[in-house]
Every structure is written in structure tokens, then in C-alpha cells.
Ligand binder design. Sequence first.
Ligand code: PMP
Length: 368
Amino acid sequence: MTEAMENLENLPLREDLRGRSPYGAPMLDVPVTLNVNENTHPMPVEVVEAITREVAETAKTLNRYPDREFTTLRKELASYLGHGLTENQLWAANGSNEILQQLFQVFGGPGRSVMSFVPTYSMYPLLADGTNTTFIAGSRADDFTLTAASAVEQIRHHKPNLVVLCSPNNPTGTGLDLSTIEAVYEAMSEHDGITIVDEAYAEFAQDPSQTALTLLEDRPLLVVSRTMSKAFALAGARIGYFAASSAMCDAVRLVRLPYHLSAVTQATALAALRHRTQLLENVEDIRSQRDRIVRKLREFGLEPADSDSNFVFFGGLKDEKAAWQYLLKDGVLVRDNGIAHHLRVTAGTESETSAFLESLEAYLRNTG
Ligand code: PMP
């Protein structure tokens, strides 16, 4: 390779990838990391032991390819979700990022488009770039809410091949009404478009029964995407999944890599699902830390959005960049999503949440 080639822009890249930036939440080594919406509660010891046992057993079989159909995992996921779902309607991949990528690969691609309503999860445009799908940035109201009427109007105008509704939405934290999702589905069906509801944070919702899983029956173009990275505290294991029609699972089989879900991943997911009662016990505490953040920020005179997730998005900061730096100096890392006067913070353990609140209160006192 010549020296000149060592610069990315000198490589013979696809033209549509030139000048693009990779996903890049900062990875800084600080005591209180509340910037990527992980579950920061320690993993219960029994669950660590169960995962270790299951993975040790699997290690003996790693000379073989894993179960390409991960049928046991799909059964266990169907049993966790309920709503009468069967394993034929479940699909899993390496994080819900890969779930979305596979769906974009099958239903997007050159000459096709995917729409979402910004601000929303920053990976959607990047996944669109990677699959050569045109990203259409739909808009929200000034307070970041999305009404059915506005979504339907924008969909009828653009007729995208796919729409992704993030509910609860990242970074704003608020969930969509099921009636809005139904209206979007109807508008998308008019031109045979696919509706994906990204429910990465569903378990934290104020009312978790308000899930798009309840809409799956008789809606063959609907996909509900979930992850074990958040409520299940398994971000490091990379396990996402979707529920949809069995035809949708056949569709992604066309693009998945053979044996994409490693035996270690499958073993980890199964052990976690079988111990879900213990594992999900922390969800309640995360919810209460989240509600505590919203209450406190209101007391501080800031403007937190209502949250159905494990994080809080808040406005009212004079200078969000200065606030971000101040928190970092105190060892607290939060997320600047590039939205003026706003920051986003993950609800951590009680002590992490206290560290965040104390630092932010001191910052506000110092800056008046
Ligand atoms: N969807 C949303 C809305 C997210 O916020 C995230 C992660 N932050 C993901 C999907 C991807 O998560 P994972 O790949 O870990 O399942």
C-alpha cells in the first residue's frame, strides 16, 4: 500500500460513503458513565453463574458451527414476549442494530428509502448509508412530539419503503401512542411499505402493556424490534431480536450471514432469559431513578421530557457544552446529542444518579 493510500479518502471507497463519519459516542474512562443508556446495575451473581455454566458447556461444542436457526432461543424469546407469539415469528441477531441492518438490507437498498422522525436514534441514517438506502429525515413538533396526522402526511408525501418509529424514542425518551403507530401502519400499507417499531426501551415504559406487539396480528408488514442490551443488562453480549410474521423471518434469512449468532451468544441469551425474573428486578429501581431525575431537574428549573425509557432528555440549559464539560470534570459522562440547550442522561444506580444530580446542581449554582 502506498503512503497516500493510508488516508481513508484515498481508498477506492463507494462514492456514497465518502465524507461520512462512523457512529461515535465517546468512550471515556470515567467513574460514572451515563451516556449510552446501558443498564448500570451490577449483574445478579446467580445470573453471572448461570451464564458461566451455560457458556462452559457450550465451549465443548465450539468446534462445530452453532444452530443456524437458534430454535431454542426463538422459543424462549416467544415465551418471554407472550401475546400468543410462536418461535416462527421471532428472529434474533447481534444486537438490534444488526436486526435493523438486516431489515434495511432486505427492504431497502439502492433506489429505496427509509424514513424516521428526527431527532431519533442516530444509527438509522448510518444503517441507511451502509445499505445504500436513502434516509429521509421526517420532522417532529418543536417539543419533539409526533402526532399521527403529521406522521401520516409526511409518509403520504415521501412514500418511503420503510419507516422506523422509535418508541420510546431515543434521545427524547417518550413513547408513541399505539393509535399513532396504527395510523402510520395504515399509511405505509397504502404503498406496501414496512413499518418497524424500535422498542429497545419497552420494558421501562410507564405502561409496558402499551407495546406494538399487541398490533402484530393481521399486520404482515409490521416488525417490532427489541433488545437484551437495556432491561436485560446484556449490552456486551450483543443480542437483539424482532417479532413479526413468519414470512418476515424468511425474508431476513435471505441476507443473514450463515451462523451469524454464535453458540456463545445463544448460550448467554438462553441463560439470561431463563433467569429473567432476577435479571429484570433492577428495572423497577432504574424506573424510580429515572422518575427521580425528572422530578429533580424540574426543581432545578430545567425542562426534562416525560420518559418511558431508562434515560432522561432535558432542555433549559444555557450552554449544554459547558454543562457537559462540567459534569465530565466531576467524573460524570452524559450525552450531548447535538441538540441546542439539551443533554441526555441515563438513569444509573442510586449513587450514580446522585453524583449526576449533585454535579449538575453545582453547575447551575455556579453559572446562575
Ligand atoms: N435502538 C435504539 C433506540 C437504541 O437506543 C439502541 C442502542 N442505544 C439500539 C437500538 C441498538 O442496541 P443494540 O444493538 O445494543 O440492541
